[in-house]
Design a protein. Sequence first.
Length: 551
Amino acid sequence: MSALPLQKFQPDLDSVTYDLDALLGANPTEFLRRTKILKHSLSHGRQYSYYADWPQEHVQALLFYLRVKEPVARREVAAQKRAKAARAAAEAKAQADAERASTVQSVNKASFQVVEKVHHPVQASLFDDEEMTYHDVNRSGFFSILQVKGGAKRQSTFKLAQLPQVIPLLDKTTDTWIGQGEFFKPNRRVVNLARLGLCFTDLDTYSVGITGKPETLARMLEVRCVDLGIPPPSIVVFSGRGLQAKWLFDGTIPAAALPRWNLCQHILVDQLSTFGADPKSKDASRVLRLTGAVNSKSGEVARVVHVREVNGEPVRYSFEAICDRLLPFHRQEIELKRAERKAKNAADHQIVVLPGGRKIEGLKRFTGRQLAWHRLLDLRKIAELRGGVKEGERMEHLFWQINFLLLAGATNANQMWHEAAELARSIDPQWHYDKSDLSTLYEKAKAFGKGEKIEFNGRLYPALYTPKNDHLINLFGITDEEQRKLKTIITPSLARERHAERERIRRKNAGAQSRSEYLANSKSATKPWESEGISRRTWYRRNAKKAGTQH
């Protein structure tokens, strides 16, 4: 019996369109995939497909059908994606709400178990003058007060020595705020910062659904800090609606430490964002509500509600300890990594590339924020050395000073114009600059604040300007003599010279002798054989024999 010949499958137009209609209703994504295959088969590979023997009018009819149905399928796929995203967002919100409710409930239970070391009954009497815990009347400088008068906010600046006299005279029945930093000029702009004595966060707890008595919220905050590995705040102030958490230092830090302080502030706000930390209230020029003043929005009086005490005083932290707990790498770890890197470079004879493009060995490095801050200070130092800025060079100075201030993280796009006005006054009090000259920088500042990067030659750079030292030296015509009084804007040769001096000091502190000291104490200089009345050769031979006998 002979086998029957195989029959080639011959689909008809109606059955194909019927199956496609069913597929479109059930799975639009699969419909689009099948459509792509069909269009290719009908247009390019008919001789190898099931449709090789189809009449041309059937092929054209199916192609027309696909062109009509394909947009319908795409709309269905887009609608399904939107619905899926909406469901995911709703589930995430429900989960977040559940976690928040669970956290509030668990913290409420645990909060009364964490504060056994903290003494609260005395805080109302001991810390009425909360501002005195971070401002010292014996220091030079200025502090700022912001008050609402006649419906408008007005700022006043006073010497620190006047603090005990100024605070009692303020009208605390209206909204009143006090600056947290100290400034060397009667103006609370970051460029005039003298020192800081604390880290702080402004917590709008009501904005994230955390409510309750201020004292309970303060204890909840301490529990949250412990859970996150953050040192508990020294003082918590009820601002009338939310909380102010403050970590007092055991001293003050200078403006040179501002880049690291800014990073600590950023981390505190980020870690406490679920507790309502305000991301806008983290800069060194910030003012916070003064204790004893009324909050007009709630009618409540701002007051201290929690103090972590040691011997009747708020606990104070060293700035290094705060950095160790908050920053990604401890300072000691950084020093250790630097030592390891230096040892490896010495072993492998590696070289370090200076941002100016030249290759020099072992330069002192700065972080991006520190470098930007010191470049700002260097530009201001240049103006000081030259007795001011010439007309025609003022905008150049202003532009780059603001750029570096933004790069250092000391201000943001929202505060840029205030800082620019103060920098312009420091350059020339009579100068009225054109804001349009800074419009491009303002756009870059906004992009920088969003974390945007610029790709160039395969590398990512901040949205702001990051010039090389050579460019700045040529732009401002900085002389060798001026460079010796600067910190970062210097030539590679001066950098090598400074590195050699640092190494000399390091070796000296380690007990190493200088070349002159070594030669002065050498046998060739002291000639001990002459005092013994023998020849040099005999002296060395006898000492060699003694050494051999001892071994």
